[in-house]
Each structure stands twice: as C-alpha cells, then as structure tokens.
Design a protein around this ligand. Structure first.
Ligand SMILES: Nc1nc2c(ncn2[C@@H]2O[C@H](COP(=O)(O)OP(=O)(O)OP(=O)(O)O)[C@@H](O)[C@H]2O)c(=O)[nH]1
Ligand SMILES: [Mg+2]
Length: 233
C-alpha cells in the first residue's frame, strides 16, 4: 500500500516536472521572439480612433504631446528616414498612421496632444477619443508614452498615465531628446520621473531616449518584443 503511494507520488512528481520544464521552455522561447523593426512598412491612415477599435491583432501606440518626437522614434526604430512624417512644427501628424511590423503587429503613430494652435473643440475631442481608445481597444497591448526630457509629466501626460493605470495598459515612458542634456542631467530627469511615477506605475520602465543619437532603442525594442509576443498582457 505504502509502496503504491510512493510510486504514484513519484509518477506525479515526474509529470509535474516535465510540464514545468515545457512551460519554462515556452516562456524562454517567447521571451526571445524578436522582430525585425527595420522591415516596418506603412499600412494605412485613419482620421479618427473608431477604425482602430475594430482592428484585430496586436498594436502598440506611440502617444505624447505634439513635437515630443513620436514619429521620429518610429523612424529611428525602423531605421528609415521618413517612414513617419516628422516636422519641427508641432501638429505635423494629423491622421492616425498605422505601420505594420509583421502580420498582425502594428505600431500606431498618433497625433500629439497639447498643440497650442489647434482649436479648443478639436483638442478636447482628440483627448476624448484617446481616452476611449485606451479604455476600449482590444488590440492595444502597450503604450509608448514620449515626453521631452526637459519638460516631462505635463498635465495631459499625467492624464494619459492615469488612464493607462486605470485601464491596466502596460506602458514604457521614453524621455525624448536626451541628446539635449548632459548624461548626468538626463539621468537626474529619469530619476525624478521614476520617483514621481512610482505610486502610479510601480516599476514600469522609464528610459532616456534620443532618436538623434539612437539612445534607448534597445530598451524600446525589448519592450515591443515582449508586447508583440503577448507576454506582458
Ligand atoms: N534633438 C533632437 N530632436 C528630435 C529628437 N526626436 C525628434 N526631434 C525633433 O523634434 C521635432 C518633432 O519631432 P516629431 O517626431 O515630428 O514629433 P511628433 O511627436 O511626432 O510631433 P506631432 O506629430 O506634431 O505630434 C522634429 O524637428 C524632430 O527632428 C531627438 O531625439 N533629438
Ligand atoms: Mg508625429
């Protein structure tokens, strides 16, 4: 009787061990599923958020104030000069531009908020649409929130962060144009933002980023790979 019990326990332990090792192996493979962002291509533009809400697949949205460097970040990530339209004048991205990394994996370049010259009703409507998207999208697996490293966490940035937290959207914060500051000053800014965001975002990644110097691309790529692998849901 005792022998039978021991035999069964050993059998179950072996099965459990085998299942666990298969699970760990799968996690390992998924973790290292990398995408080639250099082959990213333009997919389509849409004038409002509602077309996005009907999509399928996985998407990651680049969100931030006008002129924060969203389109530039997509160009640097994809190693293409003018995949996304950039401009030194704020408000250069008016439409919602979708880029396809691979079948079913999209980067979404959103128009910026806080553009002072845009009419107020338009600004309010855009913010409402953004809120709806963050709340209701089935495809949105991650947010890349970009803020100029010299002026992070402005009112609307904080609103996006609050929504991301409320709607449980994973987030990476990129502090852009880090080439404008010294290494020490940019590290200090990262620490300030990290400390301020700790109660809301916990240990969400916050990185100094520069499209110009290609700084922070590896961290961004790592996070995108996780989201596109469906790991960090
Ligand atoms: N020095 C520096 N300038 C940058 C960097 N990234 C973007 N810029 C500049 O900032 C300006 C705005 O960049 P965009 O990428 O168009 O910004 P955006 O967030 O897409 O702006 P909207 O489409 O208006 O919302 C352009 O003149 C870019 O060349 C960077 O890393 N370093
Ligand atoms: Mg843009």
């Amino acid at each position: 009787m005792k022998n039978k019990f021991t035999e069964n326990s050993v059998k179950y332990a072996i099965i459990l061990f085998m299942r666990l090792s298969i699970f760990i192996k799968e996690m390992h493979v998924l973790n290292y599923l990398t995408h080639n962002y250099h082959v990213t291509r333009f997919l389509k533009s849409t004038p409002n958020i509602y077309a996005l809400l009907q999509g399928v697949g996985i998407e990651v949205a680049f969100i931030g104030r006008s002129n924060a460097g969203k389109s530039s970040a997509i160009n640097t990530l994809s190693n293409q000069k003018s995949l996304a339209r950039t401009s030194k004048n704020p408000g250069s991205t008016r439409l919602i531009n979708q880029f396809e990394v691979t079948d079913g994996a999209r980067l979404i370049d959103l128009p910026g908020y806080g553009y002072t010259l845009a009419p107020k009703p338009r600004k309010n409507q855009w913010l409402r649409e953004l809120g709806e998207y963050l709340k209701n999208s089935q495809c949105l697996k991650g947010i890349v929130l970009l803020m100029d490293i010299r002026h992070p966490l402005q009112g609307l940035d904080q609103q996006i962060i609050q929504w991301a937290s409320d709607f449980e959207r994973p987030l990476i914060l990129l502090l852009t144009k880090a080439d404008k500051l010294t290494y020490t000053a940019s590290r200090d800014q990262v620490n300030i933002v990290r400390k301020a965001m700790l109660p809301i975002l916990g240990d969400a990644p916050i990185e100094a980023f520069s499209s110009l110097k290609k700084l922070g691309i590896d961290k961004l790529t790592e996070r995108l790979n996780m989201w596109f692998s469906g790991l960090m849901l």
